[in-house]
Design a protein around this ligand. Structure first.
Ligand SMILES: [Zn+2]
Ligand SMILES: [Zn+2]
Length: 157
């Protein structure tokens, strides 16, 4: 988890990852967790539900530590169970009747995307989307076809 300096937009802090306004959540009274005072709960939090994270200041430093929001509060689902991308080997993926397939990384259903004609992106031909692929909106992964096989490889974009 990274450490950030939060920027303000007027009176509100903005998310350093996606640029949306952060939701301020005031600290609560000290909680005792496993026999110890949990000092984190008395500090205010700045939550981003779009990224599924919150930020909390590292005692008076002006730097903010990033934490995952509890999964019930939104953000991508079951993040802690995702397969590390380095462990995703090429695998055979088949779309079902709804043009969907189980995502090998997070286990949610992902969409099959038809290949399309070459388009220009920033003045360069975008060859990546000429071939059909799968896209998972839960973990934001792409699985791209390996040559003419039925095997697909994870890709960041
Ligand atoms: Zn965000
Ligand atoms: Zn996924």
């Amino acid at each position: 988890m990274a450490v950030f300096q939060l920027q303000k937009n007027g009176t509100n802090y903005i998310c350093p990852k996606c640029g949306r306004l952060l939701r301020f959540v005031d600290g609560t009274a000290v909680q005792i967790v496993k026999g110890r005072a949990d000092m984190a709960s008395i500090l205010p939090k700045y939550e981003c539900h779009s990224c599924g994270v919150y930020f909390q200041e590292l005692l008076g430093s002006g730097f903010y530590d990033e934490h995952d929001l509890p999964k019930s509060e939104g953000g991508a689902k079951n993040k802690e169970n995702w397969v590390a991308t380095g462990n995703l080997k090429p695998m055979e993926l088949k779309r079902d009747a709804n043009n969907q397939c189980l995502c090998p990384r997070c286990g949610e259903m992902m969409d099959y995307v038809e290949g399309r004609a070459v388009t220009l992106v920033n003045g360069r031909p975008d060859m990546e989307n000429v071939k059909d692929h799968f896209h998972c909106s839960n973990c934001d992964s792409y699985f791209r076809r390996i040559a003419t096989t039925n095997y697909f490889q994870w890709s960041e974009k």
